[in-house]
Design a protein around this ligand. Structure first.
Ligand code: RIB
Length: 309
């Protein structure tokens, strides 16, 4: 196994509108679509589309959305031996609004994702031990994520923690068990209580996260690329290419993380700066198309040299 994701699956219900509604306001939308999302599964599917061998440890509801989701993961070539169902809650859903500029706002009702437990992680221990990279997010219970990170550290598996959606976390283990801790600018502000509106401020926030024990930090900055910081070296700004067309930015962060996971697991000789440059390029490619997983490019749609050492 190259990559194991212990995380979320959501049914994305997306309304496209000219602008995001104000509180108390009803507006007309221009299009509706329903597709497969959830930050965990998005990152897993991105890595699978690039050619990584992936597995998803997740919880679905015993409902139509859950059955459709399982079929989707199978179609994408993801190992679902540890994607189980819960009779106690429905498959997670995300209500997403996307405006004309491609910006979004999202509400999730995590449902069955909150039933994913440390016992599920323990059952997947053998699989986890066989992986090169573990990807985690914060759409399942924090204690489940921490159990996965502890097991990964025990097995010597590289851990990538995407602290999204952000929440103030007091447990130092989340930081200390992160080989790479990755947040966007909003999430960096919530996790550090520092402003993050520029590259310089992102570097300051990354340094604060390193002090909490992460082995390396990436702060993604949308069109401005990303900042990478590791102890004992100067922070690096990695600029992104300009997107020619922005249709929908939903899931672009997940495309970045799935691609980063792919490079760490499948092209390990690649210097981390180059891995970030290429992951940014793949994320930028995804914003030209609507949807989340549907917008992610597959291996065949990308230049071959992008995926080689
Ligand atoms: O990052 C985008 C994802 O966030 C969406 O697919 C939605 O399901 C939420 O989890």
């Amino acid at each position: 196994m190259d990559i194991i994701v212990i995380g979320s699956c959501m049914t994305d219900q997306i309304c496209y509108t000219s602008r995001l509604p104000k509180p108390g306001e009803t507006i007309h939308g221009t299009k509706f679509s329903m597709s497969f999302g959830g930050k965990g599964a998005n990152q897993c599917v991105m890595a699978a589309k690039l050619g990584a061998k992936t597995a998803m440890v997740a919880k679905l509801g015993e409902d139509t959305f859950g059955r459709l989701y399982l079929d989707n993961l199978l179609r994408c070539g993801v190992d679902v031996g540890h994607t189980t169902t819960s009779g106690a809650a429905a498959t997670g859903v995300a209500q997403i609004c996307v405006d004309e500029a491609g910006m979004n706002s999202i509400v999730i009702v995590a449902g069955a994702n909150l039933e994913l437990s440390a016992a599920d992680v323990a059952r997947a221990d053998g699989l986890l031990g066989s992986a090169r990279v573990l990807l985690c997010q914060l759409e399942v219970p924090l204690e489940t994520t921490l159990a996965a990170l502890r097991a990964a550290r025990r097995h010597g598996v590289t851990t990538v923690v995407n602290a999204a959606p952000a929440q103030p976390v007091k447990d130092g283990d989340l930081f200390e068990l992160s080989d790479i801790f990755c947040v966007n600018e909003t999430e960096a502000e919530i996790m550090t209580e520092l402003p993050v509106r520029s590259v310089a401020e992102a570097e300051t926030a990354a340094a604060a996260l390193l002090r909490r024990g992460c082995r390396a930090v990436i702060v993604t900055l949308g069109a401005q690329g990303a900042v990478y910081a590791a102890p004992g070296q100067a922070a690096m700004h990695v600029p992104a290419e300009r997107a020619e067309r922005v249709v929908d930015t939903t899931g672009a962060g997940d495309a970045f993380l799935g691609a980063l996971g792919y490079f760490l697991a499948c092209v390990p000789a690649l210097p981390v700066r180059e891995a970030i440059v290429r992951a940014c390029r793949i994320a930028t490619d995804s914003v030209a198309r609507p949807g989340t997983q549907d917008s992610f490019p597959s291996r065949e749609q990308l230049p071959a040299e992008l995926l080689r050492p």
